[in-house]
Design a protein around this ligand. Structure first.
Ligand code: F6R
Length: 361
């Protein structure tokens, strides 16, 4: 049932163009944004996004979208911190819970804490019959199909897609995005299956680079803007299946500490599409190169033309409009983790100490 792949994780990474195409057919049909009418953001004063692990990083990306598209203050938190902090909540706010399994104990507890305190609870889940789906006011399935690999891959990009469509709806409901802007962003989302297919062709070069990454003790991931949470996700994926210590940082934080780690032995993976913030990220990257760090730059043709020289390695992604780059760059981040783990010979689908569904806190 691995469909010719060596691991479920490889199969699930490769499935993403089809998974996203399915989710797009549902959430972005020709008639426009397809979300329940009662998911109306017009009177909402705050959005709180709660999850654990990879799902939390999906929320962290979505924060950039909700703020940019809808001008709503957004709070994100890991469920285990949120639930015991017992934070004050506004009756005019929405609380959104993101979970592949829909059974994560801390996320469910956070949902129960919010249910009487906010205007609406929304679940973004893969398992539509799950506890979190059933207990939320509105459940939005991500339509990713069964995910077997413990390391979440296709669920992450499908979560991002649903959150992106929600953020566009929020911009629509609040009049902060024009119909033209919504159409342009929708068009970008619709190109994702094709762009992801192109990104998947990086498997071979990534498998070769992974032979060297597998020798590392520590690996850093850097990103800016919505690419910062993707750097966190890239590091999580790598550490959980290859057991190599990895950290994600906001590029601008480099000089506030982590740059002390840089030497010839530390690979630094920079996820930087040629966007508004590209030059800033490149100057951080050059600080790493000046200290002989091994830089792997993932960017598009424009970015690599400007900044590819002198790096240890480059990966060329297709161009994509700025806010949605994390969905596309998730593919090389997942492939880097996967092939590094394969090179190390670890159990990719069943990493030690981890469970697919964390139903105890
Ligand atoms: C990482 C991973 C975990 C889960 C987390 C939340 O690859 O799989 O970090 O994302 O345990 O699980 P769900 O989404 O089922 O609530």
């Amino acid at each position: 049932e691995k469909g010719g792949y060596k691991h479920f994780m490889a199969k699930e990474i490769a499935e993403q163009p089809v998974v996203l195409a399915d989710a797009l057919r549902h959430y972005l049909p020709k008639t426009g944004l397809n979300l329940p009418a009662d998911l109306d953001f017009s009177g909402v004063d705050r959005i709180t996004l709660i999850a654990c692990g990879t799902a939390h990083y999906a929320c962290a990306v979505a924060k950039y979208w909700f703020e940019q598209f809808a001008q709503i203050p957004v709070e994100i938190d890991v469920a285990s911190e949120f639930r015991y902090r017992e934070p004050p909540l506004s009756e005019r706010s929405f609380a959104v819970f993101v979970s592949q399994s829909g059974e994560t104990a801390d996320t469910l507890a956070a949902l129960r804490y919010c249910s009487e305190r906010v205007a609406k609870t929304v679940a973004v889940v893969n398992v539509p019959t799950s506890s979190i789906a059933r207990e939320a006011d509105i459940a939005l399935p991500i339509l990713a199909g069964v995910e077997v690999g413990v390391a979440s891959t296709k669920a992450f990009t499908a979560q991002l897609l649903v959150l992106a469509v929600m953020a566009l709806k929020a911009g629509n409901d609040r009049g902060t995005l024009s119909p033209e802007q919504i159409a342009a962003h929708s068009d970008t989302l619709l190109t994702l299956p094709g762009l992801m297919n192109q990104a998947l062709t990086l498997s071979e070069p990534i498998a070769r680079l992974a032979e060297q990454l597998a020798e590392a003790q520590d690996i850093l991931f850097l990103g800016r803007g919505p690419m910062f949470p993707l750097a966190l996700e890239g590091a999580l994926k790598l550490k959980e299946i290859s057991y190599i210590h990895a950290e994600g940082y906001a590029s601008g934080e480099l000089k506030h500490g982590p740059i002390a780690l840089i030497d010839r032995m530390v690979p630094v993976i920079v996820m930087a599409p040629h966007d508004r913030l590209f030059d800033k990220t490149v100057s951080n990257m050059q600080e790493v190169m000046a200290r002989h760090g091994m830089v792997l730059l993932a960017s598009d043709a424009k970015g690599l033309a400007v900044a590819g020289e002198g790096t240890w390695a480059t990966l060329q992604l297709p161009e994509i409009a700025e806010p949605f780059a994390p969905i596309l760059y998730a593919v090389p981040a997942q492939l880097l983790a996967y092939y590094t783990a394969v090179a190390k010979g670890t159990d990719v689908d069943q990493p030690r100490n981890l469970a697919k569904s964390v139903t105890v806190e």
